[in-house]
Ligand binder design. Structure first.
Ligand SMILES: [Fe+2]
Ligand SMILES: [Fe+2]
Length: 182
């Protein structure tokens, strides 16, 4: 694999792995604050980030060894509104800067597995940013988010409120590939 794509996959793996932990911690904080649907949203999206981390790791299957991994990561435990702002900032960085750059490099380097993994992550993060933005608006208004069941695709991390789709709109996975956070 080309060095730059391998480095990007490792960085993405690091960033997604930490996003998972950050969202779980922020989910606990939202629950403590009484925002039970915001907590559920954090946990559903945390799960989606594990699919991205796992896809990046699998794309690195032949790149064996220890590496120091720099990755963009937010820190800090604030109020739920501040934590949602942190989540929106993190997702926005991934959408506007990180994944478009990684995806373009993977395309140029003809790294097919990495290209797919970055495409899945970029597509799902756009949805996450929107969902967190709605959650922040609700919390700032002093109420919990109105939220039906949240469905997460195991294959690509696609996340949607409502019923399980017949086919994942990002990766075409079937219904049995979805996990429900209800
Ligand atoms: Fe995300
Ligand atoms: Fe999917």
């Amino acid at each position: 694999m080309h060095d730059m794509t391998a480095a990007n996959l490792r960085s993405g793996y690091g960033g997604e792995s930490m996003a998972y932990m950050r969202y779980m911690i922020w989910g606990d904080k939202a629950e403590e604050d009484g925002f039970l649907n915001v907590a559920r949203l954090f946990r559903a999206i945390a799960y989606a980030e594990t699919t991205h981390a796992a896809n990046h790791f699998r794309a690195l299957r032949d790149e064996v060894g220890p590496f120091l991994v720099p990755s963009m990561a937010g820190f800090g435990l604030g109020t739920t509104s501040q934590n949602l702002e942190g989540a929106i900032e993190g997702e926005t960085f991934e959408i506007d800067e990180m994944y478009p750059t990684y995806l373009e490099t993977a395309k140029q380097q003809k790294e097919r597995a990495a290209r797919l993994s970055f495409h899945y992550a970029l597509s799902a993060e756009k949805i996450h940013a929107d969902m967190y933005t709605k959650a922040k608006q609700a919390v700032e208004g002093g109420s919990d988010l109105e939220l039906g069941p949240v469905q997460v695709c195991d294959v690509c991390g696609y996340t949607a409120e409502g019923e399980i789709p017949d086919k994942c709109p990002i990766c075409a996975a079937k219904r049995d590939k979805f996990r429900t956070f209800g």
